[in-house]
Write a protein that binds this ligand. Structure first.
Ligand code: CO
Length: 296
């Protein structure tokens, strides 16, 4: 075991990862136009983060229209952006395991008010962040900004705490008002991610699965499964994309790993067909009298 870095080094990793994520996400968003390939955008964004010296905390999520989260390009993805698409780009990078998680929505249609709803919801929640505020109050601000524009916040997606090499730790930050819940403390690191929808305000699992995560360590016999774990080991439990792992007997190997409890699947999460979802996300660190937004 190496010794954990000192607090100021941790702070520097978080803020530097945030700067990289913000810059790369903006450049990625600028690539999205009708006719451009999703695979090209995903691979370019991931490469930009790596070239900047960061690791990927999870595969770039690129989710279209009613898909809210957990889609990414597959290895031979032929999809192209089309006029009218609403694309969510959700990027997670890390330095030494300290994560910056940030998302933006690119509107190729006429959904400016929807995009504004998630953007303003994020701003309103961030404006409240300081020690002593409850996460239910953050949810209330998010819900108000989204509903006042005529949309629904997605109830079963939340922001989340961040820890070293861990992208989802307590507390969850709801997109709805509720009483009580965790109270913010100085030094907490978390991501706020409002989702606004024209649909039902709930997402469910789709058949498409491109993102996975190793959740336990056990020996496996199947050679194709061992090859996958060989690639995934260096992820330290952070999610990986199907397109990052060997293709040979891939479906069989993945389902074996899932059955044996070594790997978890993250299906694409979608609201009802024909609906549109927008998302904005920042990572922040609670300070004595407010917060620092690392991904601004
Ligand atoms: Co997040």
């Amino acid at each position: 075991m190496s010794t954990p870095p000192h607090d100021d080094e941790v702070f520097d990793c978080y803020t530097e990862a945030g700067k990289i994520a913000a810059r790369v996400l903006r450049r990625g968003a600028g690539m999205i136009r009708p006719g451009v390939s999703l695979l090209e955008v995903v691979e370019s964004v991931e490469q930009m983060a790596i070239d900047a010296g960061a690791g990927l905390a999870f595969p770039l999520n690129l989710s279209l229209n009613e898909d809210a989260a957990h889609d990414t390009a597959s290895i031979r993805d032929e999809r192209l952006f089309a006029e009218g698409d609403v694309a969510k780009l959700d990027l997670g990078v890390h330095l030494e395991g300290y994560i910056a998680d940030t998302a933006i929505t690119v509107d190729l249609g006429d959904h400016a008010l929807l995009v504004e709803a998630s953007a303003r919801a994020l701003e309103a929640a961030i404006a409240l962040v300081r020690p002593g505020v409850s996460i239910g109050e953050l949810g209330g601000a998010i819900q108000r900004e989204i509903e006042s524009r005529g949309f629904r916040p997605i109830a079963n997606l939340t922001g989340h705490g961040l820890a070293r090499y861990a992208i989802h730790t307590p507390p969850n930050i709801p997109n709805l008002s509720f009483q009580g819940g965790a109270v913010l403390e100085e030094g907490m690191v978390f991501a706020i991610e409002p989702f606004a929808s024209t649909g039902s305000g709930r997402v469910s699992d789709m058949p498409r699965v491109e993102i996975f995560q190793q959740v336990s360590i056990k020996p496996v016999r199947l050679p194709a499964a061992r090859r996958i774990l060989g690639v995934v080991r260096e992820r330290r439990g952070m999610p990986f994309a199907r397109r990052w792992i060997p293709e040979e007997r891939q479906d069989f190997a993945l389902s074996t790993l899932i059955q044996q409890g070594l790997v978890r699947a993250y299906p694409v999460l979608a609201d009802v067909p024909g609906s549109i979802v927008s998302q904005h996300e920042h990572t922040l660190i609670v300070t004595d009298e407010g917060c620092i937004v690392t991904t601004a």
